[in-house]
Ligand binder design. Structure first.
Ligand SMILES: [Cu+2]
Length: 184
C-alpha cells in the first residue's frame, strides 16, 4: 500500500505526471523537449549579463574617477607668488591638471617636469630671472593663462617627484612653484 502511493506521486514512476510537469513552463509550450531552456541555463545567462553590467559599471566608474589635480596660481605682490596643489600626492597614471589663474592682474603659465630626485635644484638663469628650461625635459605646459582664466594639461605620470612652476620672469623666484608626489 505505502509503496504504490509513493510510485503514483513520483515522476520517474508515473509517465502522466512527468508529461504534465515538463509542459509546466508557459514559455516552452510547443518547443521540443530537448530545446526547452532549463532553469540552470537561464540562471547562467542572467548571471553573465549581471557580471557584464557590473564590469561596465566599474569601468565607467574608473573612467569618471580619473585623477585630477587642481592647481591655483596667485600673486598678491610681485614678491609673494603662490602655486598650490590639491591634492599634493596622486597615484601613477593619467593625471589631468586643472590650472586656475586666481590672480586678478598678472598672466601666468604652468610648466610640468619630473625631477631626477626629490631635492633636485632646477637650473636657474639669474640674469634672465627664470628657470633655464633649455636644460630640462618638460612634460607639458599651459601657456598664457589670463587673469581669472583656466587651462588644462593631461600627462601620464610614473612614480616620482614632479615640479610645477610658472616661468614668467621673476615668478619662480617669487614662489610660484610646488612639487607633486606620484606614488605607485
Ligand atoms: Cu606666473
Amino acid at each position: 500500500m505505502a509503496d504504490r502511493t509513493i510510485g503514483a506521486n513520483n515522476r520517474r514512476h508515473n509517465p502522466a505526471l512527468r508529461r504534465a510537469q515538463t509542459n509546466a513552463c508557459p514559455n516552452c509550450s510547443g518547443v521540443p523537449t530537448r530545446r526547452r531552456h532549463s532553469f540552470v541555463s537561464t540562471y547562467l545567462t542572467t548571471s553573465r549579463s549581471v557580471l557584464l553590467a557590473l564590469a561596465l559599471t566599474l569601468a565607467a566608474g574608473h573612467f569618471l574617477a580619473a585623477t585630477t589635480v587642481n592647481v591655483t596660481e596667485n600673486g598678491k605682490t610681485e614678491d609673494a607668488m603662490t602655486l598650490t596643489l590639491e591634492p599634493v600626492s596622486v597615484k601613477a597614471g593619467e593625471v589631468t591638471f586643472m590650472v586656475k589663474n586666481a590672480d586678478p592682474i598678472d598672466e601666468h603659465e604652468m610648466n610640468l617636469m619630473r625631477l631626477k630626485s626629490a631635492d633636485q635644484k632646477l637650473p636657474f638663469n639669474a640674469k634672465k630671472n627664470h628657470v633655464d628650461e633649455s636644460q630640462l625635459k618638460t612634460l607639458g605646459e599651459v601657456e598664457d593663462i589670463k587673469p581669472g582664466a583656466s587651462g588644462k594639461l593631461t600627462a601620464t605620470l610614473k612614480p616620482g617627484t614632479y615640479m610645477l612652476f610658472c616661468n614668467i620672469k621673476g615668478h619662480y623666484k617669487a614662489g610660484m612653484h610646488n612639487t607633486l608626489t606620484v606614488t605607485k
